[in-house]
Design a protein around this ligand. Structure first.
Ligand SMILES: [Zn+2]
Length: 97
């Protein structure tokens, strides 16, 4: 009977997490699937990741997120707006009040 602890045969936690996320190749995935069949500890670890997924390091930071198209168009409109634009003049006048 396998002990309820990590053994030398156990995949790394990163591999278990990748397996849980489906982010692992079929060869490693098959190996881990077989390992989980007779390792209660790793099974529990995968179930833990399922319930409490760690913050993904692969997730793009907010700064790298693409600018929403409407916001991009608004910024472009502001940047390219001519001072002679009547609407722009109105905005400037409004600011003076
Ligand atoms: Zn294991």
């Amino acid at each position: 009977m396998a002990e309820f602890c990590k053994s030398e045969e156990c995949p790394a936690s990163d591999d278990l997490l990748a397996f849980q996320l489906g982010d692992i190749g079929p060869i490693d995935g098959g190996y881990i699937r077989r390992h989980l069949a007779n390792c209660d500890f790793c099974t529990a670890e995968v179930e833990f990741y399922e319930n409490y997924p760690p913050a993904s390091e692969n997730e793009a930071p907010p700064a790298a997120a693409p600018i929403p198209q409407p916001l991009f168009e608004l910024a472009e409109a502001i940047l390219t707006r001519r001072a002679s634009d009547p609407l722009f003049d109105d905005l400037i006048e409004d600011d003076r009040y």
